[in-house]
Ligand binder design. Structure first.
Ligand code: BG6
Length: 464
């Protein structure tokens, strides 16, 4: 069958500043929480590879743009590192960073690749984290100033902006489940972080629209559809709805509808952990919703009613309201431990069409991290990653179906272009269309999937 996508579909990939740029003498970058955490506990990072290494985009961006072009990109998303542009989080702007981002943007545009820029990808400047990071309302003001600085500096050429990538992740990682610095387990702080991220997003959207820069601004959310163990069991269904409220609708509802989900408000009132909501905040959130929604999809959530006892070793947690369901016979990516469920992407797109006003959206991340890809190197030195081609093909079929049914989905960006540094997993699992040899000065080689993607982009679809 032939799968053809709408005209001008966005074919490309996504990445982030902290995962790709690296740190170089004289670049003027300030410290963020990743630089600091790595200095503090390098053993927490796979093979002790830290954020200073990454894939050296700071010095290799020209070569990388050529490679993107070679694999058929018409668009590409990365993020500005707040701590590179404004090293202390507030105050002086680093001219070396301005020059770098200007060159990077100009290089992309000169090669027919539209830059999509995100403002925040888990990378709190250390100076702000020392004052509480997102738990502190002052960070909202600092972020809005940073966002306006970016719009002023780069908004003449960058026409697609995003306020956050996966804002639920700093909530989960930093304040509930201990996979981001500062590794707290305090739900009251988690709620404050989520609230301030939402408020910061709305305020940045307001500023962007006021500046009238003739572009659009959105948010990128990792939407993980919550499926109940048994659809006919009301307790399972209710548990799945709670998981959905905590992890998806906590950002999706305010971003698109301008309001917080009722279930969540009830829970935080019951627990007496409502954050400080100042006069006018809710109106700002209501009146400044996104123009565009980026959807990151990797895996679903399987949920059942709470059966295990609540863990008394800490305060309240989201999982006091549900249990994870280990569904037998599910397809798994063994390296990352994530379920592969292609239809999930269709379910999200359908939900966005039916319940979120069919807002303009695109798949902003989807991908498969695999460990030890060197074993698939063929005699020409290319990684034959057929599993990745299959992964993307099967997801694209469902994206196509959703579009056929009317979903306003405008593109597909793969995570990621070059293999990059994945937080504490560092270079363990590789996601790229292009391999990066970190032991050989970051040498790049296009994988089989990269060549395949070029044909898909050129044909605006594929036959299968
Ligand atoms: C996404 C993030 O959730 O998943 C990326 O936006 C991340 O930053 C990617 O690298 C892959 O996840 P992980 O945990 O394997 O790095």
């Amino acid at each position: 069958m032939k799968y053809t996508f709408p005209k001008d579909f966005w074919w490309g990939s996504s990445a982030s500043g902290p995962q790709t740029e690296g740190r170089f003498t004289g670049d003027g970058k300030g410290e963020n929480i990743w630089d600091y955490w790595y200095e503090l506990e390098p053993e927490k990072f796979f093979d002790q590879v830290g954020p200073d290494k990454t894939s050296r985009v700071y010095e290799k961006y020209q070569e990388d743009v050529q490679l993107m072009k070679q694999i058929g990109h018409n668009s590409f998303r990365t993020s500005i590192q707040w701590s590179r542009l404004i090293p202390n989080g507030t105050g002086t702007v680093n001219q070396a960073a301005v020059d770098f981002y200007n060159h990077y943007i100009d290089e992309l545009l000169a090669n027919g690749i539209e830059p999509f820029f995100n403002l925040y990808h888990f990378d709190m400047p250390l100076a702000l984290q020392e004052k509480g990071g997102w738990t502190n309302r002052e960070t909202v003001d600092a972020y809005v100033t940073y966002a306006k600085t970016c719009f002023e500096l780069f908004g003449d050429r960058v026409k697609k902006w995003f306020t956050h990538n996966e804002p639920i992740v700093p909530v989960e990682g930093g304040y509930l489940y201990q996979f981001h610095y500062p590794n707290h387990v305090i739900m009251e702080e988690a709620v404050a972080v989520g609230y301030h991220e939402n408020l910061a997003s709305a305020k940045a959207i307001q500023s962007y629209h006021e500046m009238d820069l003739d572009g659009e601004i959105g948010i990128i959310l990792n939407l993980t559809p919550s499926y109940p163990r048994d659809e006919n069991n009301p307790e399972d269904v209710k548990a799945a709805q709670m998981a959905d409220a905590f992890f998806n609708r906590s950002f999706l509802d305010p971003a698109v509808k301008g309001e917080f989900p009722e279930e969540l408000m009830t829970v935080i009132k019951e627990l007496d952990i409502v954050p400080e909501i100042q006069e006018g905040d809710l109106a700002i959130i209501k009146n400044n919703t996104v123009d565009l929604l980026g959807i990151n999809y990797y895996q679903p959530r399987r949920i059942k009613a709470k059966e295990t006892p609540i863990d008394p070793s800490h305060g309240p947690m989201p999982d006091d309201y549900f249990d994870y369901y280990d569904m037998p016979d599910k397809k798994i990516n063994p390296y990352r431990g994530w379920e592969i469920y292609e239809k999930g992407i269709y379910d999200i797109l359908t939900n966005v069409r039916e319940d979120y006003g069919n807002i303009r959206c695109f798949i902003s991340e989807n991908g498969m991290g695999v460990e030890g890809e060197e074993r698939y190197i063929n005699e020409d030195g290319q990684i034959d990653d057929d599993y990745r081609i299959e992964f993307v093909t099967e997801h694209l079929k469902y994206v196509h179906q959703a579009i056929q049914e009317g979903t306003n989905c405008l593109g597909y960006h793969m995570w990621t272009c070059m293999d990059n540094w994945s937080w504490t997993n560092a270079y363990k699992n590789r996601y790229g269309f292009i391999s990066v040899d970190i032991k050989n000065e970051g040498k790049r080689t296009i994988k089989k999937s990269g060549h395949w993607f070029k044909t898909v982009a050129e044909n605006n679809g594929f036959i299968d």
